[in-house]
Ligand binder design. Structure first.
Ligand code: 13P
Length: 253
């Protein structure tokens, strides 16, 4: 049985004061739903205060990105070692917004994946096709490339630290959600490909999150699909009630 895993990606939102209030609310919601693993990814400027609030809570803290070197002349970047040292346990790698606006490629994703594993972090590795790619019937080709290149060189042991987040780019922040059937079709394929990279057993244990306009009203249906094990939530993770509603709807009670 895979434990549902819900992560809130706060993106470039939240000053420290609202971040503290939101973190406190997430801690309460997580305590009320012990059947779900919960993480939040605040902006770098709020990591310290959020880590402080969540220290004795079941909520894990992630960063939204990392660099692939452990230190050096890389102005503006954070290394996986710094992230770990600060007290974070997770890192999101390869989000489509980083691919789209900041030149992230499958190769840099792979470098970051290896660096984050070396630092002992848990990873959420994001993949997803654009609308153009879906309409050109390239969805599976794109996802297979992103998955295989992003995870190249990882063995069974390393993959135990990896969660995959399937986020169709056309569903992010648009209000459009992949139908549960569309998402399931992709998740099943992803798990089959993971079975090529690792053992079937490992592939069966790995969590594959769905992301893209997840909200309390659609999470139950998504989570009822056999290969959807959680969600990476953007907009709805910024409001305590909607994030709590997503936690509540993400497991069979
Ligand atoms: P939304 O939930 O706002 O669509 O964002 C999804 C996302 O990009 C999470 O990483």
């Amino acid at each position: 049985m895979r434990k549902p895993f819900i992560a809130g990606n706060w993106k470039m939102n939240m000053l420290n004061e609202p971040a503290v209030a939101l973190a406190k609310a997430v801690a309460e919601a997580a305590k009320a739903h012990p059947g779900v693993e919960v993480a939040v990814a605040p902006p770098a400027t709020s990591l310290a205060v959020v880590l402080d609030v969540l220290r004795d809570s079941p909520v894990a803290v992630a960063t939204q990105n990392c660099h692939w070197e452990s230190e050096g002349a890389f102005t503006g970047e954070l290394s996986p070692e710094m992230i770990k040292d600060m007290g974070c346990s997770h890192v999101i790698i390869g989000h489509s917004e980083r691919r789209q606006y900041f030149g992230e490629t499958d190769e840099t994703v792979n470098q970051k994946v290896h660096a984050a594993l070396r630092a002992g972090l848990m990873l959420i590795v994001c993949i997803g096709e654009t609308l153009e790619e879906r309409e050109a019937a390239k969805t599976f080709e794109v996802l297979e490339r992103q998955l295989r290149k992003g995870l190249a060189g990882l063995d069974d042991v390393a993959l135990a630290s990896v969660t995959i987040a399937y986020e169709p780019v056309w569903a992010i922040g648009t209000g459009l959600t992949a139908t549960p059937e569309q998402a399931q079709e992709v998740h099943a394929k992803l798990r089959a490909w993971l079975g090529d990279l690792a053992s079937e057993e490992r592939a069966g244990q790995m969590r594959i999150q769905y992301g893209g306009s997840v909200k309390p009203s659609n999470v139950k249906e998504l989570m009822s699909q056999p290969d959807i094990d959680g969600a990476l939530v953007g907009g709805a993770s910024l409001k305590p009630d909607s994030f709590a509603g997503i936690l509540a709807g993400s497991y069979m009670s």
